[in-house]
Write a protein that binds this ligand. Structure first.
Ligand code: SF4
Length: 305
């Protein structure tokens, strides 16, 4: 039987009564993706890249997932008609040079269907970079078979963006299979969500990112939590996150240091976080907020606590 969780932190996938607590900051669509939706499954927020929700299925359902409203629909893999609208959009927008193959988790689908998808995307936009976003290494590392890696090789330029939150998620088969991707010439970028009670400790994060480096994986982003409903108990206060990141900097080399970032709630875009990113604080009816300067120059509120 396939081992579903390669980590003792399986509670990240297990519902908790804390999820029923009220959070005045929660947003049904934390990243404001609906503002940038150009076909039912294609999100085009940044000029040079777009994100495709291939499926509503995952190997394990992260309790802090910002896309939980979409996941709850349990949508099947993208069908021909939906894909046709995506391909037409790509043909009309030559500025899109990279596509994030996301979901849900695209690796819940078979390699044959992924092959067809990749071929269609490349036909519509020759040379487009495919970024496969997956949680499989942590939730079902056996999915990264030799055949899967051969598929990735066939469709280079292709990169894997793996969601890994704890050094224990890189143990055993997970680390082995990700290293096998790198050995096969597939760059692997690691994205981590800062989670209270799980990895809100500079030493744990240092161990994680050092392990990445040793395996040949690239630490990419450390994300401040998005404001998904029912996830507030995982949120690390922003200033505490900055202090953890400052300590992390002293523990690892630049090669092992991901960018600390947040997607501004409601669709303001991604910004990197540092002391200067907080332009001020104020009280709102929902509670105390930090004001973060967005790429548009506007101030966007994010809960302070
Ligand atoms: S694997 Fe990704 S999309 Fe699926 S529940 Fe976890 S965070 Fe959400």
């Amino acid at each position: 039987m396939t081992r579903m969780f390669d980590s003792p932190d399986a509670h990240k996938f297990t519902p908790d009564s804390l999820e029923a607590g009220s959070d005045p900051f929660a947003l049904a669509d934390p990243l404001g993706e609906s503002r940038y939706r150009v076909t039912p499954r294609l999100i085009h927020q940044y000029s040079n890249r777009a994100l495709l929700k291939t499926t509503g299925r995952c190997f394990g359902y992260c309790r802090f997932c910002f896309r939980r409203a979409w996941i709850a629909t349990n949508q099947d893999f993208i069908d021909e008609a939906e894909l046709a609208s995506v391909l037409a959009y790509l043909r009309e927008h030559p500025g899109i040079r990279e596509i994030l193959i996301s979901g849900g988790d695209p690796l819940t689908e078979t390699n044959d269907r992924l092959d067809i998808l990749f071929a269609a995307l490349r036909e519509a936009r020759p040379g487009i970079v495919l970024r496969v976003c997956t949680r499989a290494p942590a939730a079902n590392p056996a999915r990264l078979t030799d055949d899967s890696i051969a598929l990735f090789r066939r469709w280079r330029p292709l990169r894997v963006a793996a969601h890994i939150n704890h050094p224990k998620e890189l143990g055993g088969l997970a680390g082995e299979r990700l290293a096998a991707c790198v050995d096969a010439g597939i760059p692997v970028h690691i994205q981590t969500v800062l989670l209270r009670g799980i990895n809100d400790d500079a030493a744990i994060l240092a161990e994680l990112f050092q392990k990445c480096l040793n395996l040949g994986l690239t630490p990419y982003y450390l994300f401040q939590l998005d404001l998904a409903p029912g996830a507030a108990h995982f949120r690390v206060p922003l200033k505490q996150g900055l202090a953890i990141y400052a300590e992390l900097k002293s523990l690892v080399s630049g090669l092992a240091l991901p960018k600390y970032a947040v997607d501004l709630p409601g669709g303001g875009g991604k910004i990197t976080l540092h002391e200067g990113a907080i332009a001020g604080e104020e009280y709102r009816p929902e509670g105390r907020v930090c004001l973060l300067k967005g790429p548009d120059g506007k101030l966007w509120p994010y809960p302070a606590d």
